[in-house]
Design a binder for this molecule. Structure first.
Ligand SMILES: NC(=O)CC(=O)C(=O)O
Length: 306
């Protein structure tokens, strides 16, 4: 596949989910259409876009996700069982976009539930999925206590996919952004020359009003500046006060110099930003840390696995 590093418009959707799954899907679809009509060719939905975010909700909103290569019309796909998959596959195909469908609770035949992002190409084919690797288990007295591991299982595989003629994109979900190794591995790539590294990490995420102000922007900028890549963080909107999980909002895109390019506040909306993969070369030429690393002094942990 040739990588020409063509600039693209990236669309990020910030919206608040409610109790009704089909309403969540149709509202998500409306926002994705809005992003595409503004020229976005790669669109991102937030974490848990088909359900409210909370351990008490995951099992009732969970759906099986068909294997990569499937589309909404594949014979193995059931409309009753996988409505979120079908809606997103159709949307990607109708709009001819790459769609990083934030995450949904995924149920499996061995009775596990994962927090999983589905990634579609413009033919509506599922390219790959990302199962949240680091589960959100925290306890901040007087702030927030959350334990995803009560009901969710953790994924084990880093996720990178290719957009033809544009470049490679890495995906993590929310708490994954706190672990620099994932972005570092993705940015450096598998090959020695690093040319297969990603130009952008995308994190659908749902930080909250305790951890969001402390770390959301800091982590996005840290992952960007460490790796000299774009970082996109896509959150649900805040929603009604006192009702459910208080999502932080502040969906944003950070550029490869570590600068916040554009940001939403707490309300629903669509953020469209042009990303220019070639920009990485200039940034890396100006501050050449990518070639100044001292692997004679410390290990290149990005190459340790897999
Ligand atoms: N919701 C998450 O997975 C992570 C989060 O809110 C945080 O790290 O803070």
């Amino acid at each position: 596949m040739s990588i020409l590093n063509r600039p693209q418009k990236l669309g990020l959707i910030q919206f608040a989910t409610g109790a009704d799954k089909s309403t969540n899907l149709s509202r998500a679809s409306d926002f994705v259409r809005q992003a595409a009509s503004s020229g976005a060719s790669i669109v991102v939905l937030p974490e848990c876009f088909n359900s409210p975010y909370g351990t008490q909700h995951f099992s009732s909103y969970a759906e099986p996700i068909p294997s990569p290569g499937s589309t909404s019309t594949s014979t193995t796909v059931s409309a009753d069982l996988s409505p979120s998959f079908i809606a997103m596959s159709n949307l990607a195909k109708d709009l001819k976009i790459h769609l990083i469908a934030g995450s949904i609770p995924e149920s499996t035949s061995d009775n596990k539930i994962y927090n999983t992002a589905m990634i579609f190409n413009p033919l509506g084919e599922l390219i790959t999925t990302h199962r949240k690797i680091h589960l959100f288990d925290i306890d901040i007295p007087g702030g927030i206590t959350f334990k995803e591991s009560d009901v969710l299982s953790a994924g084990n595989t880093p996720t990178v996919f290719s957009v033809p003629e544009v470049g490679n994109i890495g995906v993590g979900i929310c708490y994954d952004v706190r672990f620099p190794e994932l972005a570092m591995m993705a940015a450096r790539g598998k090959e020695q020359d690093g040319k297969d590294g990603v130009f952008m990490m995308v994190y659908p995420g749902a930080f909250n009003t305790t951890t969001g102000p402390m770390h959301w922007e800091l982590l996005a900028r840290a992952r960007a500046v460490d790796n000299q890549i774009y970082v996109a963080m896509c959150s649900p909107a805040r929603g009604e006060e006192g009702k459910g999980y208080p999502a932080y909002g502040h969906t944003m895109v950070v550029g490869p110099k570590g600068e916040v390019m554009k940001e939403l506040q707490t309300e629903e909306g669509v953020l469209v930003v042009e990303v220019v993969p070639e920009k990485l070369q200039e940034v890396r030429r100006n501050i050449p840390v990518t070639t100044q690393r001292r692997f004679d002094v410390y290990a290149d942990v990005s190459k340790a696995k897999p």
